[in-house]
Design a protein around this ligand. Structure first.
Ligand code: ASP
Length: 342
């Protein structure tokens, strides 16, 4: 091999590395959130951008207020996610997307790194804040995941707030699903069902919410909440309530919450894989997260991103989509919210 060729190859490798770590890890982070992956920048109106940023800031403030008073990472994660679940801007709680049948079915999970305790709910339709139901499953049952009617009966008995499914109806999501149904109708003759679903998903970025935190005691926690994928089949469950796929936390290692095509996150056990790369291969959080998001998920055709925080407060947020709504607070209270690369 000539020296010139070798030099060009080395340059290419170096460029690839630079692209992958375009956003250097941030230090001293105590709480980070995501509001899901984002489609092309042009699709976000200035009004929506303003609303998204404002609600993400409120979510970070709610979580930070707890951590600042020496509170628990788990409480901060729940508080931050509840703010986003109550906002119509995200695909979780109030702003959840519709299924193929025009219903809302939500999934959520939460995990604490000190005990490896975890709780989750799947396919729930009347629980106002699924993240709190997930936490109740963790703290008040001997199980990890409750689904559907069972989860709802449990949440009601535990005194969690339930609402009429009409509460989750929003004009924006309704218009979105109408377009998808219209498109489906038009494609029915020319494409098979699988292909038409793929086209739908390209039109619709995901938009799950998640939070990860590190408290003064050194405990890590992670949580994720979602309406799942727009136009999903009745009963479909994604990665968000699956511990190790969409959510994971282990003290001394990392806390992770993911967003994107859940089927890939489940098959690649994405959140746990990041922790495993850190534990067994000694990779820093940013390299482990990038390896999973780019070399594993993206290489297999899976779109999405993660937020990941290590035990020292080092934060990384790689994504392989046009954007990912994300934000963090540092130990001294500095808040940053970013939606795209610039
Ligand atoms: N991962 C979620 C799911 O597949 C969707 C999302 O992140 O927006 O259910």
């Amino acid at each position: 091999m000539t020296q010139g060729l070798l030099m060009s190859m080395m340059l290419l490798v170096a460029m690839a590395v630079v692209c992958r770590s375009a956003e250097p890890p941030v230090k001293d982070v105590v709480l980070a959130i995501h509001g899901g992956t984002a489609g092309p920048k042009e699709s976000l109106t200035p009004e929506r951008e303003k609303a998204v940023r404002a609600d993400m800031k409120r979510a970070l403030e709610a979580g930070y207020a707890i951590l600042e008073r020496d509170g628990k990472a788990l409480d901060a994660v729940e508080a931050a996610i509840r703010v986003m679940e109550d906002s119509p801007e995200f695909n979780a709680g109030k702003g959840a997307v519709f299924t193929h049948e025009g219903q809302v079915e939500m999934d959520a999970s939460i995990m604490e790194g000190n005990t490896r305790g975890a709780g989750a709910v799947a396919s729930v339709t009347v629980i106002k804040n699924p993240i709190s139901a997930a936490r109740a499953v963790m703290e008040r049952t001997k199980h990890v995941l409750l689904s559907g009617r069972g989860a709802e009966v449990f949440a009601t008995k535990e005194g969690l707030e339930t609402v009429d499914p009409a509460y989750f109806w929003t004009e924006r999501r309704w218009q979105q699903i109408q377009k998808v149904w219209e498109q489906e109708k038009q494609q029915a003759e020319s494409l098979d069902r699988k292909n038409s679903a793929a086209v739908d998903q390209e039109r619709e970025p995901w938009g799950t919410v998640g939070a990860i935190a590190l408290d003064n005691a050194g405990d890590l926690a992670a949580g994720t909440s979602t309406g799942g994928r727009s136009n999903k089949m009745y009963g479909r469950v994604g990665d968000s309530p699956i511990i190790g796929a969409g959510t994971f936390a282990e003290n001394g290692v990392c806390a992770v919450s993911g967003t994107g095509e859940g089927e890939y996150f489940i098959r690649f056990v994405a959140a746990y894989d990041i922790a495993a790369l850190m534990k067994y291969k000694n990779l820093p959080v940013e390299s482990a997260a990038a390896e999973v998001v780019f070399d594993k998920l993206k290489a297999a055709g899976g779109e999405g991103g993660v937020i990941a925080l290590d035990a020292e407060g080092r934060f990384a947020a790689p994504y392989n989509t046009p954007g990912m709504y994300r934000g963090y607070v540092t130990r001294d209270g500095q808040i940053e919210v970013r939606l795209y690369a610039d």
